[in-house]
Design a protein around this ligand. Structure first.
Ligand SMILES: *Cc1c(COP(=O)(O)O)cnc(C)c1O
Length: 466
């Protein structure tokens, strides 16, 4: 057989369309996608024939072969781009993998809001139009003891709204040591500029004193701002001004004190062996007039930016036209209210909010998880050496940058494959396992892996290695 004969044996688009398996998938998937898949499959075969050097007789141009290829292509084309992955990195608030996960215990509330009508902007008692923000006010006020609350799309938006409302065309004083960049796209100086506020930097990178702020105050000053340096720490010869002191200065000159906490915790996690982080309650208690923080970092809720503090300032923000542009969706409102409600009982919050649960595992629990995953992997008799080892997890999400938490990992050393190709195979597998390589071993940190994912991981390992 020569190449010309092979080309003539290739089935046509119409022939493939007539195949019973293809007829079946056309009832399930859009016809245009199927036709696109057929064209691609034929094209690939044509190119392969052109490039054939030997074994021409062995080349398979059977319709079955092409049909299976088409079905595969159509399935992949129709898959959502945003898909489930398995986070085996041990980074709990993983910025690239969806940050915080919602608690399973609020599933019904979220589904109801998504699939049924709700009183989103309706006051049931009065039978009149209501406000979408009212749903969050009571619960968040109860938990934070703040005078008022406003929630927007994310914390970057919260900071933008605060600055635009309170410091537009005026000056905002910030310490040089706190001009942070978070995640590449959020920079305090850029947000300032966008809001129309003029940034006045005071102090030096490592040290800022109260009188640095005081000397910068003039009739143009609108706010004193403190920013939590979420993702870095300055060590050594350092000094910064606490909210308590800024508050005194604010009172003396009648200026609001703003704190951007970034992560925003409600539970002092030092009780659970992590280092102390200022909580939202501490910040308010120490005198911040306005505090901003994210919904999907340490709080463990949906993406949102939460603004709490003095009613007089939040009232002004509610009237700012930007609020409409930054407003939150009903699914966010629902998930956020339900997440906050869990904080009424600290133990419930710790046990049922995934971010908190994962951060506060006892080493004995991690050991248990590691043994269970290890057994499932060993059962598959895979072509690799498998160990349970000690490791270090991270908080992530620009929170507690220096914190490393003792963990247990499964370390895998493949026998007949490089570690990097194992990593690639598992990442590209249907289960999309995302893990680290360390010391030439494939590392699965059990902290961020769900138990129902253990069997899936064992099966994928078997598939990849054998
Ligand atoms: C993370 C962070 C932000 C941005 O919050 P998003 O919710 O990602 O918009 C702002 N400020 C600080 C200090 C942060 O840590």
């Amino acid at each position: 057989m020569d190449k010309r004969q092979l080309f003539s044996k290739l089935p046509s688009v119409d022939e493939i369309l007539g195949n019973s398996k293809i007829v079946n998938i056309i009832s399930e998937y859009p016809r245009d996608l199927v036709i696109e898949g057929i064209r691609e499959a034929i094209d690939i075969n044509r190119k392969s024939i052109v490039n054939l050097k030997e074994n021409i007789n062995a080349f398979d141009v059977s319709i079955d072969n092409i049909v299976n290829d088409v079905i595969n292509r159509v399935r992949i084309k129709y898959e959502l781009s945003l898909k489930k992955v398995i986070n085996a990195t041990g980074v709990v608030i993983h910025t690239n993998l969806g940050r915080s996960l919602l608690s399973q215990s609020i599933k019904n509330e979220v589904l109801n809001t998504a699939f049924r009508y709700s009183n989103l902007e309706y006051d049931i008692d009065k039978g009149k139009r209501g406000s979408r923000y009212s749903h969050l006010t009571e619960t968040i006020k109860r938990i934070t003891n703040a005078e008022d609350v406003l929630v927007v799309n994310n914390n970057a938006a919260a900071v933008l709204l605060v600055l635009s409302t309170l410091a537009k065309d005026k000056e905002a004083i910030v310490s040089r040591g706190e001009l942070v960049e978070v995640g590449g796209s959020f920079r305090i100086p850029s947000i300032m500029e966008l809001s129309g506020a003029k940034l006045v930097e005071v102090g030096a990178t490592n040290k800022t004193h109260l009188n640095d702020y005081e000397e910068a105050i003039n009739e143009e000053t609108a706010i004193l701002m403190k920013v939590h340096t979420s993702n870095y720490k300055i060590l050594g010869f350092t000094e910064s001004v606490e909210i308590k002191e800024l508050k005194k200065l604010g009172e003396k000159y009648n200026l609001p004190v703003i704190e951007d906490l970034g992560s925003g915790t409600f539970i002092d996690l030092s009780k659970y062996g992590l280092s102390y982080e200022p909580t939202v309650l501490d910040s308010l208690k120490n005198g911040a007039d306005i505090v901003t923080f994210s919904g999907d970092k340490m709080l463990g809720g949906p993406q949102a930016g939460i603004i709490v503090g003095k009613k007089e300032y939040i009232d002004k923000m509610k009237k700012n036209q930007l609020t409409r542009a930054l407003r939150v969706d009903k699914l966010t409102i629902c998930a956020l209210e339900a997440t906050f409600r869990m904080y009424l009982d600290e133990e419930k919050a710790i046990n049922e909010i995934p971010t908190l649960k994962m951060l506060t595992y006892k080493i004995s629990e991690l050991d248990q998880k590691a043994k269970s995953l290890y057994d499932k992997i060993i059962d598959k008799n895979i072509d690799a050496n498998v160990f349970i080892e000690d490791g270090l997890s991270q908080v992530g999400g620009g929170s507690m940058p220096l914190e490393t938490i003792q963990t247990k990992v499964i370390a895998i050393a493949p026998k007949n494959m490089s570690v990097s190709s194992l990593e690639e195979k598992l990442r590209l597998s249907d289960s999309h396992i995302i893990a680290r390589i360390y010391d030439n071993k494939y590392i699965l940190d059990v902290r961020t892996i769900f138990e129902e994912e253990f069997e899936i991981i064992a099966n994928e390992l078997k598939k990849a290695l054998n």
